[in-house]
Design a protein around this ligand. Structure first.
Ligand SMILES: Cc1cc2nc3c(=O)[nH]c(=O)nc-3n(C[C@H](O)[C@H](O)[C@H](O)COP(=O)(O)OP(=O)(O)OC[C@H]3O[C@@H](n4cnc5c(N)ncnc54)[C@H](O)[C@@H]3O)c2cc1C
Length: 406
């Protein structure tokens, strides 16, 4: 059996962040990822035979200069040259089959009356709906903001905890406010994995982990191809549902708490099209209101001479590929046969509720003395930076245990 200090299950940004911390601390580290590529919900796609190096995003699309954890890793790995500033074309609203301006959805009188509550109302233990109806007024929330939050979180965001959305953070003024990487967001995941591999971290892709056991102060995991690995410390950096399944054998009580957190599914469909054929004006994105999609993310933030790319994030029940493609074509003013290529991905995000905050507090208490780190987008919030903040916290907790064991 192959033994290391730290096994990390999951090669999304959380797992990669943990691998970076472990490598810096001199721990022998192994990352196991079920897919052929690292990145997880960071998923940039291209089809070179159709459109050369043009790419679009099926998952995360933006990083900000407030992502200080991410920027620190990028700097340490000397990958700053990949940072590519993004423009911010206007966002549109799609309602009753028509594109509309966002400003038209605002009820100014009730908004201005409600807004002073921003300075006195705490987000703590309030849902998105409870908090934002109070600071924006019900009318603006119903007409505009609920759809904007659904678009940001790719789910019905009404019951999501308000304080896990939009955290205030210091900005790195020497970096563009909003950015991506040279070949899209996944470029940084791949480049980071390459750098870490050169520094001695072991990566196993196409290696799903199917079983986890903890006995005699040692973790043992089994992969789908029946290999086994062991370690002193273990990090679960998978979606919450998988973490619950893997923990059910050795940590049933943690697994029960994790299984209280439900997942939201979104069907993401990206299309590349010839620029001159599309009727849709240049947009940053489209927020769907009472439509089959939560949002459309456009690639218009980076200029390309020939192509445009748009990714539609469809609601779980709108999953017929032909109907999806017809809707996309109608919105672009073309026929589906004019798509140069299309790609699909089923994305899942945690559908957290205010009640889950209690489960998360219990999980934190149970983890306290365990050599097990739980990281991912279901603790601090879903953004890349939220994930990396959680990762640093968990690494530091385990590092304190290492100090006492050495
Ligand atoms: C459509 C969409 C748009 C988004 N846009 C943004 C954005 O613009 N900016 C932003 O900051 N955030 C954005 N987010 C959120 C952010 O991308 C994610 O929350 C974050 O990337 C999650 O990272 P993670 O590593 O915690 O989880 P994941 O990315 O889910 O990674 C988990 C990894 O574990 C692997 N895995 C699962 N099970 C196993 C197993 N049994 N064995 C081995 N490996 C396994 C998976 O394959 C995956 O690679 C977006 C999310 C979505 C869905």
């Amino acid at each position: 059996m192959m033994h290391v200090d730290m096994l990390i299950i999951g090669g999304g940004i959380s797992g990669l962040g943990m691998a970076w911390h472990c490598q810096k601390a001199g721990l022998s580290t192994r990352v196991l990822e079920q897919h052929a590529q690292v990145g997880g919900l960071i998923a940039s796609r291209q089809q070179p035979e159709q459109t050369g190096d043009f790419w679009l995003e099926l998952g995360a699309h933006s990083a900000f200069n407030s992502y200080q954890e991410l920027l620190a890793i990028v700097a340490d790995c000397q990958l700053q040259s990949l940072i590519t500033p993004k423009k911010s074309p206007p966002f549109k609203f799609f309602k009753a089959g028509k594109l509309q301006s966002l400003l038209k959805q605002i009820y100014w009188f009730s908004l201005l009356r409600a807004l002073p509550r921003l300075f006195s109302l705490s987000k703590e233990n309030l849902s998105v709906q409870d908090y934002y109806t109070q600071i924006m007024g019900e009318k603006t929330y119903d007409a505009l903001m609920q759809h904007a939050f659904n678009a940001v979180l790719c789910q019905d965001a009404r019951h999501f905890p308000a304080d896990l959305l939009f955290r205030k953070r210091a900005r790195a003024r020497d970096t563009a406010k909003k950015f991506t990487f040279a070949a899209g967001m996944q470029h940084i995941a791949r480049a980071l994995a390459e750098t870490l591999e050169k520094r001695g971290v072991l990566f196993h892709v196409e290696t799903p982990v199917i079983r986890l056991e903890y006995r005699d102060h040692q973790f043992e995991i089994t992969t789908a191809d029946q290999r086994t690995f062991s370690s002193r410390f273990l990090t679960l950096a998978t979606p919450v549902e998988t973490a619950a399944q893997l923990l059910s054998f050795s940590f049933p009580s943690l697994a029960t708490l994790l299984s209280q957190i439900k997942m939201a599914t979104v069907h993401s469909v990206g299309v590349a099209v010839r620029k001159e054929e599309v009727r849709l004006p240049i947009v940053g994105g489209i927020i769907g209101a009472d439509s089959p999609f939560y949002s459309v993310v456009s690639r218009d933030y980076l200029w390309d001479a020939r192509y445009r790319g748009l990714t539609f994030h469809f609601k779980a029940d709108f999953n017929d590929p032909l109907a999806q493609e017809q809707l996309i074509a109608d919105l672009l003013g073309i026929k589906p046969s004019q798509f140069l290529w299309r790609d699909r991905k089923i994305n899942q995000l945690p559908a957290l509720t205010v009640d889950n905050l209690f489960d998360l507090a219990q999980i934190t208490a149970q983890l306290q003395h365990l050599p097990l780190a739980l990281i991912g987008n279901y603790f601090n919030g879903v953004s890349i930076e939220d994930c990396l903040v959680r990762t640093r916290g968990e690494f530091q907790r385990l590092q304190a245990q290492m100090g006492t064991l050495n």
